[in-house]
Write a protein that binds this ligand. Structure first.
Ligand code: 5AD
Ligand code: SF4
Length: 484
């Protein structure tokens, strides 16, 4: 999106309506940047660090969009930046500890650059104890805001530029969705697209509903408009994002199902691939399975978190499906989309989990034979029902189960992933290989990566590749021809 910031009259008061208000503050930030340039003989440098999920990654692109439009240049080394922002995650305790560690380090570098401003946003900032700790022990932080008001980053940036105290703006919840805020894409050819925010499921271990608020869906017309604009700007693959995309549209004034939304997106000319995440098994409809089976564009990959294979634990987790229902669901999906790759999330060591429950988890892993499993040790999140449940599992038992699960899933996924050896697959070429510049890296529809010799001019194109050799979780291939 192009914005003519020069045409905004900064001598008047800020407009009340959005997004005009944010453009006004963006123009003000740009004035500030110009005076910085005059003073220092260079533009200010910014650095954005993202923790956590794809939703955060997408939010960070919005932060980067504002910073770039204001005139900041991206600085890969955070120590050298004038404005550093951490977009935080709090899904597991470990993520919080990492942030405090990083802040401590950065404060030491700040001594060399006293003008450095540090900002924090994202899920962790929605927790009252975190705010208390920041106020007490990290008072060098300039700006703190949460998940509900990220759309007003331009206004907050402006307010913190000349302030000498920590500015905090964290909202409990919101019913607002602000469209058309500029964003900066990491890749020219693919993009995440938020279709909804928040979560209403309250799985008993999970902090997300408390920090991301209630479920809200964007209007289909706004989503379609955004994707059409992305496609006309060179995007061929979109990843539709939400904590629970299967319940998309239920809270809209005119409800629309996720399957209907996908059908409409499929019709966009020039769009080649559609991905989405995350799906909750309890809301995955037959209609969606049918749409996936008939689609030419929806990728052959479904991330379907199971969390545990024990029906008893699933009930305590408030997941609202049984092991058997989950198994039947995966069978139904495989019948409709035979070449689909299934991936999942599993938590070990949920309170009350016995060895028998854990065996049920191993059993489901052996039966479903996932392409990949993201394994987590249960992490106690204050304020969630599970945090006060009896039978908290000791760290030793948790680690032992985690190691056994990992060994099992790795053995299975190596076998599952290698079945495509020898076939010719369509890949979207994403980058030059990190380790060998003679190789390119492409992503198959089923989400597996392939490294193959090729020219960087192929980046962003769909390309056919023959899979020569499977190396566990990726392939080595040889190039064929351009498909788009
Ligand atoms: N402890 C461990 N893992 C968790 N997850 C969510 N909350 C917790 C927690 N308290 C995992 C779930 C979810 C993934 C994104 O993170 O498996 O699907
Ligand atoms: Fe957390 Fe459950 Fe919502 Fe996923 S569906 S974000 S695990 S509460």
């Amino acid at each position: 999106m192009t914005i003519d910031l020069d045409r905004i009259d900064l001598s008047t008061a800020a407009p009340a309506e959005e997004p005009a208000r944010q453009f006004y503050f963006l123009a003000k930030c740009r004035e500030w940047v110009k005076s910085f340039e005059q003073k220092h003989g260079r533009p200010p440098r910014s650095h954005v660090t993202t923790f956590g999920c794809q939703m955060n990654a997408r939010d960070s692109e919005k932060l980067e969009g504002i910073l770039k439009n204001a005139g900041y240049v991206e600085e890969p080394d955070e120590k050298k930046a004038d404005f550093v922002i951490f977009n935080t995650c709090t899904v597991r305790e470990h993520a919080n500890q990492r942030l405090y560690g990083r802040l401590g380090q950065l404060n030491r570098s700040r001594k060399q650059n006293p003008e450095m401003k540090i900002a924090l946003c994202g899920c962790m900032m929605q927790e009252a104890e975190v705010l208390e700790k920041l106020k007490k022990s990290y008072s060098f932080v300039s700006l703190v805001f949460g998940t509900h008001n990220i759309y007003k980053f331009a206004e907050l940036l402006w307010a913190c530029l000349d302030a000498d105290r920590m500015l905090i703006d964290v909202w409990e919840d919101t019913d607002k969705i602000v469209e058309d805020i500029p964003s900066e894409r990491k890749f020219s050819f693919k993009s995440g697209v938020n279709i909804m925010t928040g979560c209403n499921n309250f799985c008993s271990y999970c902090i997300v509903p408390y920090v991301r608020g209630r479920e809200r869906s964007r209007e289909p017309k706004d989503i379609l408009r955004e994707i059409e604009a992305l496609v006309s700007d060179g995007v061929v693959e979109v990843m539709l994002l939400g904590q629970n995309v299967n319940s998309y549209g239920k809270t809209l004034e005119h409800p629309v199902s996720f399957a209907e939304l996908l059908t409409q997106i499929e019709q966009i000319d020039g769009l080649e691939r559609i991905r989405f995440m995350t799906s909750h098994p309890k809301d995955l409809s037959d209609e969606l399975i049918e749409v996936m089976g008939n689609s030419k564009k929806i990728c052959r990959h479904l991330h379907l978190p199971i969390q545990s294979g024990s029906t008893r634990i699933l009930e305590k987790m408030n997941r609202r499906y049984t092991k058997e229902q989950y198994l039947m669901l995966t069978e139904k999906i495989r019948r409709a989309v035979p070449d689909i790759s299934l991936t999942t999330d599993i938590i070990v060591g949920f309170p009350g989990e016995t060895e028998e429950d854990f065996q049920e988890t191993l059993d489901i892993v052996r039966r479903v034979r996932y392409d990949a499993v993201f394994t987590f040790q249960y992490s106690k999140r204050t304020g969630t029902p599970a945090a006060v449940m009896e039978g908290q599992v000791t760290p030793e038992v948790m680690k032992d189960r985690f190691d056994r699960l990992l060994a099992e899933v790795q053995a299975i996924s190596t076998e599952v992933c290698s079945v495509h050896t020898g076939s010719v697959q369509e890949v979207l070429v994403e980058s030059v290989n990190d380790h060998d510049p003679a190789l390119l890296t492409g992503r198959m529809s089923n989400n597996l990566l392939v490294h193959f010799p090729g020219d960087p001019s192929l980046i962003g194109k769909l390309f056919s590749v023959r899979l020569k050799e499977c190396r566990g979780f990726y392939y080595l291939g040889e190039g064929g021809h351009v498909l788009t």
